[in-house]
Write a protein that binds this ligand. Structure first.
Ligand code: NAI
Ligand code: MG
Length: 346
């Protein structure tokens, strides 16, 4: 028997609603697997609820639980307005565990809001760039801010590891092209370094073509002809924007999944937030979280279970088993019930 220790962080709002569905589905996958596998769950507090209860949105015990788990599944958190010194627990997790890869797959789904023939995997650098948090301001004699600066930090080390990760992914999945997105014609030093490192890394992958693309062109090409992309690798801010854009090609927030991957651990989460407008109404689409669980299964090497889950989700969608955001009238639990039924039948 193979046991997997999973840390589960439900969070706020619809986070717990979608996470509980993912746990039901994981249990079904374990029950129906040809292998003997068992998932053990450890639940941790995170987010605004944790802050209200314990005075900290990212308690030490939660960090310990993530650290000792094989992987973590995270729901969503609420950012409370106007609490000084409140810092985002997601950014905290990424930083604490040096989760340098932000993985965002965009794959066609069987729904009218999704375009066909799209299979793009975006790798976004997750630790530096314009999200360095190194900022300062100048003020005039009246204390009015006259100039604000954010440092864009690009290092050889972080560029190399994200670009290498993207090329390794392409190699493992027999993908023949990696698109490196930058703006080195203007951001000569920072994007220039990212570009040079990409060219060096690409030397080690003779069978994979490295295509360079300027970020503004990439934003346009994603709308014009998204089928041309397979793997995209880019810096933090560009990746944040391009991955949100790309998610809209395949149905948007209700289905967008992601992973934060480091050397020692990995955290998987839906892209959406805590959706206070629909919390408690059984309307939350569980698919973004189920697809995040699918990424987690892939990461754990449970490829059969990952594929089974993806196929079951697609089948349920083809049968119009949908929540209201996708035009259906089923509840969160009803959509999951259908996916579970399909898993048991397959
Ligand atoms: P949001 O993603 O929570 O919601 C945006 C819109 O999409 C809402 O109308 C919501 O009902 C809908 N939506 C989101 N997920 C859905 C799902 N699974 N099924 C059906 N509809 C869904 O973003 P918003 O409203 O900007 O932020 C709400 C809170 O979430 C804020 O406190 C924000 O800071 C936080 N947030 C947290 C994130 C995270 O935990 N990773 C990411 C984004 C926002
Ligand atoms: Mg974003």
């Amino acid at each position: 028997m193979t046991e997997y220790n999973l840390c589960i962080l439900p969070g706020d709002g619809i986070g717990p609603e979608v996470i509980q569905e993912a746990v039901r589905v994981l249990n079904t996958l374990a029950e129906t697997s040809n292998e003997i596998i068992e998932f053990n769950y450890t639940y941790g507090d995170i987010g605004y609820g944790a802050y209200q209860k314990l005075g900290n949105p990212l308690p030490e015990e939660t960090l310990e639980k993530v650290k000792t788990a094989d992987a973590t599944l995270f729901g969503a958190v609420t950012t409370p307005p106007n609490i000084p010194n409140y810092s985002s627990p997601i950014l905290g997790l990424r930083k604490h565990f040096d989760l340098f890869v932000n993985l965002r797959p965009c794959v066609s789904m069987p729904h009218p809001t999704s375009k066909d023939n799209i299979n793009i995997t975006i790798f976004r650098e997750n630790t530096e760039g314009l999200y360095s948090k190194v900022e300062h301001v100048d003020k005039d004699e009246n204390g009015v801010v006259t100039r604000a600066v954010t440092e864009r930090i690009i290092t050889r080390k972080s560029s190399e590891r994200i670009i290498r990760h993207a090329f390794e992914y392409a190699k493992t999945n027999n993908i023949s092209k990696v698109t490196v997105v930058h703006k080195a014609n203007v951001l000569r030093e920072t994007c220039g370094l990212f570009r040079v490192v990409a060219q060096e890394v690409a030397q080690n992958y003779q069978d994979i073509e490295m295509q360079e693309m300027l970020v503004d062109n990439c934003a346009m090409q994603l709308i014009r002809a998204p089928e041309q992309f397979q793997v995209i690798v880019t810096t933090n801010l560009f990746g944040d924007i391009l991955s949100d854009e790309a998610s809209m090609l395949v149905g948007g927030l209700g289905m967008a999944c992601s992973g934060n991957i480091g050397t020692d651990t990995a955290i998987f989460e839906p892209v959406h937030g805590s959706a206070p407008d629909i919390t408690g109404q059984e309307k939350a689409n569980p698919i973004a979280t189920l697809l995040s669980a699918k990424l987690m299964l892939d990461h754990l090497g449970l490829t059969n279970e990952a594929n089974k889950l993806e196929n079951a989700i697609k089948k349920a969608m083809q049968n119009n088993m949908l929540t209201p955001d996708l035009g259906g009238n089923l509840t969160t639990a009803q959509v999951t019930d259908n996916i579970i039924r399909i898993l048991k039948e397959s």
